[in-house]
Every structure is written in structure tokens, then in C-alpha cells.
Ligand binder design. Structure first.
Ligand SMILES: [Zn+2]
Length: 440
């Protein structure tokens, strides 16, 4: 059962946290700031001229070695996964993460300090519904190094993770739903862990100046070295889940699905976020056209049928969205599998015939012409079509936005309109149509 409509949230007020950055060892301050609806999470480099911002989006991922780095232009922010994980899991959709360095403070190597920061700032509901992505088909990512990530459709956001170190050391498994309460209690406190053989070369090169047993658990052979005792017997797999939540937050939409991860890492995690993003683009509900005509002037189906004599199965307009001035009109048609032509065009491969898109253009254009003629007693007859191009196939489930713009009108007998059909912001067909008017 889908939950009741949930609203997007931002932080109620700003709040900050200071500490050491892992790679440079410098003191840094991170401040969460509220952000408007549909803003998402954006990092802001307060230490640079003009304070550039970087969207926490999968397109901006630059490197995934040991930590996830995002960037735009020459500006970078490193190790974004723990703060993103806490924001996503604690239900913050929109926020600005201001920093005076290129990396957040590492804290104790877990997401606990960020959860505390978010609770200090508080959550504020906003006036727009939260966007979920319900996966319909399984997705998977597999790497040469033996990582495997699968997402299955699910009503909840769940993660089942198997972590396994070199030579199968410290193999751990955990399966859990991710909710704010579960995350705060079971996942956020799990600290970063490293295998000694992996960090030794970095320590020699001084690449982890801020690294210490205070912000990571070090595994050397079969020994576990850390300042405080293990927080969970399976703390490592919990941290892997924490990282998955953070990396998948780069997808930008809330996922309802069950992630099954074997030996995850920032590389495969971000690859999965990229797959989700591609899948989302494929199945996303219709996008609004580039310019939705504003204001009055919309016509519902009854008004359309008062103007046009066409009827099922030949009425190719569901609604007129509006007019722009005297010369432009936008209508829409939802194309469903129940269109009679799909039965034969073509069996097993339904594609909307291009000529019917031209018919849709003609119907929409004739409504504009009738508005222009201030009369519905005469009907515009379609005389000719020039420069018609079919650019992309139209499938069941697509929404056609049909635009007609008058380019020539002679007396009120002849008119020419440039028309196009747009699906998901891409022109699928276009042409110049000529009309003449005759009394009904
Ligand atoms: Zn991590």
C-alpha cells in the first residue's frame, strides 16, 4: 500500500558542525541551511571566491576511489557520502551544505554527528509532495572485482548487504528497511573501516593527514584496532549500508526498492545510482513542455468537442492547455494502448502512425483558427502539408504536446501554421500546415 502523501522537507533552521577533514587534516566547518522545494542537496564552497555550488547529483560524480567526490568545473567536494546518507535517511530532501573546505569534517568516521546536526536543525515540511521512484523491473550492476548490486521492486526502501574483506575476512550480512528511526539507531553510528594493507601506502604518502583511530577502525590481519570498542559486532556491513544510502542519494529521487548488495563500494554504488537515473528518465511520467502556456484559455474535452466535429476514434486532442496571444496554441493528447490503431500498427510493436500526429496538429491548429475567426460556424479544412518530418516514434504511454503557431494568414480564407508534437521535451514530429475555411 502506498503511504499517504508525504511532503518534501528541508531543515527548519541552520546548524553547524566543526571538525577535522580526513585528507588534509585541516579544521573545517559544515553548516546546513534550509532550501526551497525541489532544490535537492547542494554543496557550497564558502572558502572560494564567488562561493560556487555543486549539485549532489550523479552527473557530477568525479572520482569514487575510497570516497565519493563530486565536482562542477574545477571545483570539487570530497567524501560527500556520509552527510548525504544522513540527510537522505533522516528525510531531508532540500538543503544547502555550506563548507569552508573541500571536504566535510570526518567526525568519528560514522554518520552519527550528521544525524545529530540534522536533529539540532530540525525538519520542516514543505508544500510539495515528495518524489518517489517505484522501480518496476529489476536492475543490476556487476563489476570485474566481484561486486554485485541488484535492485528489486519493493514497496519500501530496503538494503540487504553482504560485506567481505580481502581473503573473505570479516564477512558480514545484514538486511534492513531504511527508515529514519532504524537508520539513526542501527546504521548511522557504524564507523568507517579500513584494511591496514590498503591505507599503509597512503599514510606513507601523507594522503590521509586527518586519519586516525578516532575516525576509522583499522583491520590488521585478524586484529581490529580502534579507539573505542566495536559499536556492533557487524559494524562493517552497517557502514557499507550507510555508504550505499549516501551514494544512492546522488540519484536524486527517493527509491522504493530492495537493494541487494554483495561487496559494495563507491564505484558500484554510484554506477547503480547512474542506472537508476537512466531508468527513471525512461519511465518518468510526462515532463512538462518547455513553455506551458499560462493563464486562462484552457479548454476541456467538452469545450473541444463543441468546437471540433471529430469524434472517437478520430478526435486527436484531449485538452487545449492554452493560447499565447493570438497566434499560438498548445494542446495535448495522452496516447494509450487502447487506441484502435495500435491493434494493427503494428501487432507486437505498437507505434502511433505519423499521419495521425499530423491529424492531431491539424485539429489543434484549427481550434486556433476558429478562435481567430471568432466563429465556430465555419470549419478549417486542411489543404496541404509541407516540410513534414517524423523524428521519433510515439509509443503507448506517451503524452503528446501539440503546438501550432500561425505563420501566415490571408484574409480569413487561408492560413498557414507551423506545428509540432513534443514528447518528454523532444520534438517527435513537425510540419507546416495550410488551411482554408468553409462554412459548416
Ligand atoms: Zn563510508
Amino acid at each position: 500500500m502506498p503511504a499517504l502523501t508525504e511532503f518534501q522537507q528541508t531543515v527548519a533552521k541552520s546548524a553547524s558542525l566543526s571538525g577535522t577533514s580526513l585528507h588534509t587534516g585541516e579544521k573545517t566547518t559544515l553548516r546546513l541551511q534550509p532550501a526551497p522545494v525541489d532544490h535537492g542537496v547542494r554543496f557550497k564552497r564558502k572558502d572560494l571566491a564567488d562561493e560556487p555550488t555543486i549539485d549532489a547529483r550523479i552527473e557530477n560524480v568525479k572520482t569514487v576511489e575510497r570516497a565519493t567526490t563530486i565536482g562542477e568545473g574545477a571545483v570539487r567536494v570530497h567524501t560527500v557520502e556520509h552527510v548525504l546518507s544522513a540527510l537522505a535517511a533522516m528525510g531531508i530532501d532540500n538543503a544547502v551544505v555550506e563548507m569552508d573546505a573541500n571536504e566535510p569534517p570526518i567526525g568519528d568516521g560514522s554518520a552519527k554527528p550528521y544525524v545529530e546536526l540534522i536533529k539540532k536543525a530540525g525538519a520542516a515540511p514543505q508544500e510539495a509532495p515528495r518524489r518517489y521512484f517505484d522501480l518496476r523491473e529489476p536492475l543490476h550492476v556487476e563489476t570485474k572485482s566481484g561486486s554485485l548490486l541488484v535492485v528489486l521492486p519493493d514497496e519500501k526502501f530496503r538494503i540487504s548487504c553482504t560485506q567481505s574483506g580481502p581473503d573473505g575476512r570479516f564477512t558480514q550480512f545484514l538486511s534492513t528497511e531504511i527508515t529514519p528511526a532504524v537508520y539513526e539507531r542501527e546504521i548511522a553510528p557504524a564507523r568507517t573501516f579500513v584494511f591496514y594493507e590498503d591505507v599503509q601506502p597512503l599514510m606513507e604518502k601523507n594522503l590521509i593527514q586527518g586519519g586516525s583511530l578516532e575516525n576509522a577502525v583499522v583491520i590488521r590481519g585478524d586484529a581490529v584496532l580502534s579507539k573505542e570498542p566495536m559499536r556492533f559486532t557487524d559494524e562493517f556491513v552497517r557502514h557499507k549500508i550507510l555508504d550505499i544510502v549516501g551514494d544512492l542519494a546522488l540519484f536524486g529521487h527517493r527509491l522504493r526498492g530492495h537493494v541487494i548488495a554483495v561487496k559494495p563500494g563507491h564505484g558500484p554504488n554510484t554506477e547503480l545510482a547512474r542506472c537508476l537515473s537512466r531508468e527513471y528518465a525512461k519511465t518518468a511520467p510526462m515532463l512538462q513542455p518547455r513553455r506551458m502556456p499560462a493563464g486562462e484559455g484552457a479548454l476541456d474535452i467538452n469545450q473541444v468537442m463543441e468546437i471540433l466535429p471529430h469524434r472517437y476514434p478520430f478526435l486527436m486532442v484531449d485538452r487545449i492547455l492554452g493560447f499565447e496571444g493570438e497566434t499560438k496554441i498548445t494542446g495535448m493528447k495522452t496516447v494509450t494502448i487502447n487506441e484502435p490503431f495500435f491493434a494493427g500498427h503494428f501487432p507486437g510493436h505498437p507505434v502511433m502512425p505519423g499521419v495521425l500526429q499530423v491529424e492531431a496538429m491539424a485539429q489543434v491548429a484549427s481550434i486556433l483558427l476558429m478562435k481567430l475567426a471568432q466563429s465556430a460556424s465555419r470549419i478549417g479544412y486542411f489543404m496541404s502539408a509541407d516540410e513534414v518530418k517524423f523524428r521519433k516514434p510515439v509509443f503507448p504511454g506517451d503524452t503528446l504536446f501539440i503546438t501550432a503557431e500561425l505563420i501566415k494568414a490571408r484574409s480569413n480564407r487561408l492560413a498557414k501554421a507551423h506545428c509540432s508534437c513534443v514528447v518528454n521535451d523532444a520534438v517527435v514530429s513537425e510540419g507546416d500546415l495550410m488551411f482554408t475555411f468553409l462554412d459548416k
